[in-house]
Design a protein around this ligand. Structure first.
Ligand code: ADP
Length: 495
C-alpha cells in the first residue's frame, strides 16, 4: 500500500517540467515549437508547459503507431509477452507511485489521497490486463460436414484514446490496459488541463520494455490535436471519455472514416434510498459519491431519491454533513479540492445561481477555506432540497459538488424518477428487502447498479459504460477486451 506523499512534495512536484510528446519511443516537441501553459487549479500558478500539437504531430504519432502495429517486435509478440510488459508497467508505476500521485494531485487539484487512490487503481489496471492478455481466445463452431470453422479475436490496429481531465491516470490505464492486452498500438491525447501523468506513464512504458511506437502520447487542445486524431483516416478505433457534446463531435469525425468508437459520456446518476435502508451505512456513501473529486466524476451520485417517510431525516442528516465540508488546495488533502479551471468553476456556479433564482431551496452549503489561494477555482458544496424533476439541475450533469434531493412514494415512483433523465451510467439502491433489490436492479436503466453501496475503488474488474446519452461500448473488466478487438471467422473446407 502506497504511503501518502507529503504536502510539500505535492506543492512543488513537476515544477518547471517542459512536457514533450512521446512519438515512436522518443520525446519530441510539437513541430511548430508551440507550447501550452500548465497551471495548478489550487492557486492558478503556471508551473510547467506541454506541447501544443497540431495535425502534423498527430500524423507522426499515428504513423509511428501504424509502423509498430504492422512490423517490428510488437506485431510478432505472443499474447503472454504483451501481458508481461503490461505487468511490468504496473510495477514501474508502483515504483514511482508517490511522485505520480503528487503530480496528478497538483495537475488536477484533487486532494492528495485521491491522487493516491488513482495511482493504486492505475497499477491494478495494468496488473489486471497484464494477466488477461493471454486468456482471451476464440471458439470452434460446429458447422457443415467437411468444414472446420474457428473464431479469432484480432486487434483493431491503431487505437486513439482521447482522455478527460478528471481521472487522467485511471482513464488512461483502463484504455491502454485493454487496448495493449489485445495487441493494438496506441495514440493517447490527454486533456489539455491535465497531461503530465500521461507523459510520465509513456516514459515508464518505454522503461518497462514496450517497443517504440506502441505507446504514443500527443498533447494539445481538443479542437486541434483531438480533432485531428479523431478524424485521422489511419486510426482504426477511437475511445473517448468526456462530455456528450464532445462525444458527438468525435463520433461524427470517426464516422467519416467509418471507424468504431467507445463512448463514455457521463451521467446524472441516482441513489435511491428506501425507508427500510440502513441509513447509517448509507449516509457517508451518499456524501462521498458527490464530493469525491469535487463532483467531477462521470459516475457521481448527483441525485438522491428518498422514500417519503424518511425524507426529512435523510435530508437533515445530509444537510449537517454538507455544512461541515470544506474545499481547500490539493496539498491540504481536505474533503474536496478546487475545480479544474475557471470555465468549469463558472459553469458550476451558473447552475447554482440558476437553481437559486428558480426558487429551489438550499438546504446546506459547505465552505471554501479562508486561506485558499485567490487564484484557485473553488466551489463550496451545495445541497438543494426537493428539486423539480424537470429543472436543469435535475437533468443536466453539473460536474461539481452540487447534490439534489427528490422525494418518492414506492417502487414505481422511484423507477420513474431514476429513469427520468437522458443519462444512464450508474445507480445506487439502498434497501434491505431482497426482492426489491432485484426488481430495482432490473428496472433502473444504468450500466452499473450498486445495491447497498456505491462505487468500488476504480472497479477495475467491473464492466462500465452507459445507456442512452451516457454513451455506448463498455470499458473495464473482460468486456473491454471485446471492444478493443474484433472477431475474425476462419472457415476451412477440408472435404
Ligand atoms: P471539457 O469540455 O471539460 O474540456 P471535453 O469532454 O470537451 O471536456 O474534453 C475531454 C477530452 O476531449 C479532452 O482531451 C479534450 O481535449 C478533447 N476534445 C475536446 N474537443 C474535442 C474535439 N472537437 N475533438 C476531439 N477531442 C476533443
Amino acid at each position: 500500500m502506497l504511503t501518502q506523499p507529503d504536502s510539500d512534495l505535492a506543492r512543488r512536484v513537476g515544477e518547471g517540467t517542459k512536457g514533450r510528446n512521446v512519438i515512436g519511443g522518443a520525446p519530441v516537441m510539437a513541430q511548430s515549437g508551440a507550447t501550452l501553459d500548465v497551471a495548478s487549479p489550487s492557486d492558478g500558478a503556471v508551473f510547467a508547459t506541454i506541447a501544443r500539437s497540431e495535425a502534423a504531430d498527430v500524423d507522426a504519432a499515428v504513423a509511428a503507431a501504424r509502423a509498430a502495429f504492422e512490423t517490428g517486435p510488437w506485431a510478432k509478440m505472443a499474447a503472454a509477452g504483451r501481458g508481461r510488459l503490461l505487468s511490468r508497467l504496473g510495477e514501474r508505476i508502483a515504483d514511482h507511485a508517490g511522485e505520480l500521485a503528487a503530480l496528478e494531485s497538483r495537475d488536477t487539484g484533487k486532494p492528495l489521497r485521491q491522487g493516491v487512490a488513482d495511482v493504486t487503481a492505475t497499477e491494478r489496471y495494468f496488473e489486471y490486463y497484464g494477466g488477461a492478455a493471454d486468456k482471451v481466445h476464440g471458439e470452434q463452431i460446429p458447422f457443415l460436414d467437411g468444414y472446420t470453422a474457428l473464431t479469432m479475436r484480432e486487434p483493431h490496429g491503431v487505437v486513439a484514446g482521447i482522455i478527460p481531465w478528471n481521472y487522467p491516470l485511471q482513464i488512461l490505464a483502463r484504455v491502454a490496459g485493454a487496448a495493449l492486452a489485445m495487441g493494438n498500438t496506441l495514440v493517447i491525447k490527454p486533456a489539455e488541463d491535465a497531461s503530465l501523468t500521461a507523459l510520465r506513464v509513456a516514459e515508464l512504458a518505454l522503461e518497462a520494455g514496450f517497443p517504440d511506437g506502441v505507446f504514443n502520447v500527443v498533447t494539445g487542445l481538443g479542437a486541434e490535436a483531438g480533432a485531428a486524431l479523431s478524424a485521422h483516416p489511419d486510426v482504426d478505433y477511437v475511445t473517448f471519455t468526456g462530455s456528450p457534446a464532445t462525444g458527438t463531435a468525435i463520433q461524427a469525425a470517426a464516422a467519416q472514416n467509418n471507424r468504431g468508437v467507445t463512448m463514455e459520456l457521463g451521467g446524472k446518476s441516482p441513489q435511491i434510498v428506501f425507508a427500510d435502508a440502513d441509513l447509517e451505512a448509507a449516509m457517508p456513501v451518499l456524501v462521498n459519491a458527490i464530493i469525491q473529486n469535487g463532483g467531477q466524476t462521470c459516475s457521481a451520485g448527483s441525485r438522491i431519491l428518498i422514500e417519503r417517510p424518511v425524507y426529512e431525516d435523510v435530508a437533515s442528516e445530509l444537510a449537517a454533513r454538507f455544512a461541515a465540508l470544506t474545499a481547500e488546495p490539493h496539498w491540504a488533502d481536505a474533503d474536496l479540492g478546487p475545480l479544474i479551471n475557471a470555465r468549469q468553476a463558472e459553469r458550476v456556479a451558473g447552475f447554482v445561481a440558476d437553481a437559486r433564482a428558480a426558487g429551489i431551496a438550499v438546504l446546506a452549503e459547505g465552505s471554501v477555506a479562508a486561506d485558499a489561494p485567490a487564484g484557485g477555482h473553488y466551489q463550496a458544496p451545495v445541497l438543494f432540497g426537493t428539486v423539480d424533476p424537470q429543472s436543469d439541475l435535475a437533468r443536466e450533469e453539473v460536474f461539481g459538488p452540487v447534490l439534489s434531493l427528490f422525494a418518492f412514494d414506492g417502487e414505481d415512483d422511484a423507477v420513474r424518477l431514476a429513469n427520468a433523465t437522458d443519462f444512464g451510467l450508474v445507480a445506487g439502491v439502498w434497501t434491505k428487502d431482497g426482492g426489491r433489490q432485484h426488481r430495482m436492479a432490473k428496472r433502473v436503466r444504468a450500466g452499473q447498479v450498486y445495491v447497498n453501496g456505491y462505487g468500488a475503488g476504480g472497479g477495475i474488474e467491473l464492466p462500465f459504460g452507459g445507456f442512452k446519452r451516457s454513451g455506448h461500448g463498455r470499458e473495464k473488466g473482460f468486456e473491454a477486451l471485446k471492444d478493443m478487438s474484433a472477431t475474425k471467422t476462419v472457415i476451412f473446407n477440408h472435404g
